[in-house]
Write a protein that binds this ligand. Sequence first.
Ligand code: ZN
Length: 308
Amino acid sequence: MVRAVPLLLSGALALSLSACAGNQASSLAIRKPQAAAAPATPAAPTQTGRPGTSVPALGFAATAPKVDDAFPLRQSFRPAFASKLAGRSIPVSRLSDIKLENREVVLTFDDGPVPGKTRRILAALDEAGVGATFLMVGAMANAYPAIAREVAARGHTIGTHTQSHRNLAHLSDEAAMAEIRAGQRSVAAALAPAGFEPAPFFRFPYLADRPSLRQRISEEGIVAIDVDVDSKDYFHATPDAVKDRTLLSLEMHGRGIILFHDIHERTAAMLPGLLAGLERRGFKVVRLVPPGNPPLVASLQPAATPAI
Ligand SMILES: [Zn+2]
């Protein structure tokens, strides 16, 4: 496992947020287990990203919705459609379940959702027919709940990444757990209207963990998603540079969990090329899903006619 250099994302996130409000909600295909036969209904109008919407910068302690302290976590997994690049789904209830074969990769996107980027990333993933894991910041899910729901509705796995992207290494275990739980509640609240729940997957901001915290979250059934290949998409670079170094790093590792951030323009820009490069090199994109959410038989058929 590599450790990324510490990220100074709070500022970047605040910048991203202020720079790209302007998306609107789109329809969601809602999958609610108890209403599986019901037709999809359009998403309710939301406060997502309208110009002038007040957006909490990260670091701002957004008010968490009032829910039980018990983690409300199941998952929002919906099977992927047929794709040459799509690999298997791995049910994950503990870290040791993540055993990648040679040429298998997992795509992870941290720090969103955010208007203007997350949906472009969803479009690229749809085009390639692959699933990813989004580790969402609670404050971002509070600010852009419709985008969070759209990520779930498109069948991706959603985990969490604290409420406000604080460096947990600077907090006591108790304070850190409070940050983690608040982030989970926020993401759960964003997804709930569409009948989805986040997976009990978590990534440490700045990859700053410690054994006692890992133990705590493990005891609560949460899986810390580590990183094998860091795209370093948070550094200034051209999209091609990000793509090329990620592919090069993957060639060296042969497999791995890749760290991206769905808050950066360069990440959205390079993703189609990266996915094409993965396919050319014979990689498979595998997905991490919570146990008890096996792909449905329907996954053997394309979920939708691909755009031509
Ligand atoms: Zn992060």
